[in-house]
Design a protein around this ligand. Structure first.
Ligand code: ZN
Length: 201
């Protein structure tokens, strides 16, 4: 076991930072040191921002998004197309789609995907509320923007069955060649999905 080079408070800071996605122990030490060096301009404002966020963050009772208000900012936005519901696994997917600017619709965050291996069942996810929302007569299309993984697609099939009686248009994201992608570098699964999902030119 390596000897501690700092007091328990700093070791704790490093340990917590090390739990962040994408930060290994080395990067966590570097980040901690940077925060300590910039105590007034970085560490103190960050601690304050985190304290406020910690107090005010709520899960939107309507869509499952996280925000500081319930209903969330997205649900309250009158500029969004109310006829389309975009279903995503996680808040990070909602943020990613918003960054793309490709859709100005309403979202529904499931909070995960079905997984036999991890024991995730339909009642663990925000699916019952999705069925309620999709039943709103104003909704005409449900876009299943789920990951192209086995669990993502299993979840997409489950949702399709759960809302079939509502007779809504149910679509999913296209699978295939990424923008800027070269065919020679693609795996066989992606390439065959791209052929199957070909569109008129
Ligand atoms: Zn919301």
């Amino acid at each position: 076991m390596p000897q501690a080079v700092a007091g328990p408070e700093i070791e704790r800071l490093i340990q917590l930072l090390g739990r962040m996605p994408g930060l290994g122990p080395r990067s966590a030490r570097r980040a901690a040191l940077q925060l300590i060096k910039k105590r007034e301009t970085l560490l103190a404002p960050l601690a304050e921002a985190m304290r406020i966020a910690c107090e005010r963050i709520v899960v939107c009772g309507n869509c499952g998004n996280v925000d500081t208000s319930d209903p969330c900012t997205v649900c309250q936005d009158p500029g969004r197309d109310p006829t389309t519901l975009v279903v995503v696994e996680d808040v990070s997917d909602l943020w990613a789609l918003e960054r793309s600017g490709a859709v100005r619709a309403r979202y529904h965050v499931l909070g995960g995907v079905l997984s036999a291996l991890d024991g995730v069942r339909p009642d663990h996810l925000n699916i019952a509320r999705l069925v309620e929302r999709a039943a709103d007569p104003v909704v005409s299309e449900v876009i299943l923007a789920l990951n192209a993984t086995v669990d993502g697609q299993t979840t997409a099939h489950y949702i399709t069955e759960a809302i079939r009686h509502l007779d809504r248009k149910v679509t999913r994201l296209a699978h295939g060649v990424p923008v800027g992608g070269e065919l020679d570098y693609l795996d066989e699964g992606t390439l065959s999905a791209a052929i199957r999902s070909r569109t008129a030119f």
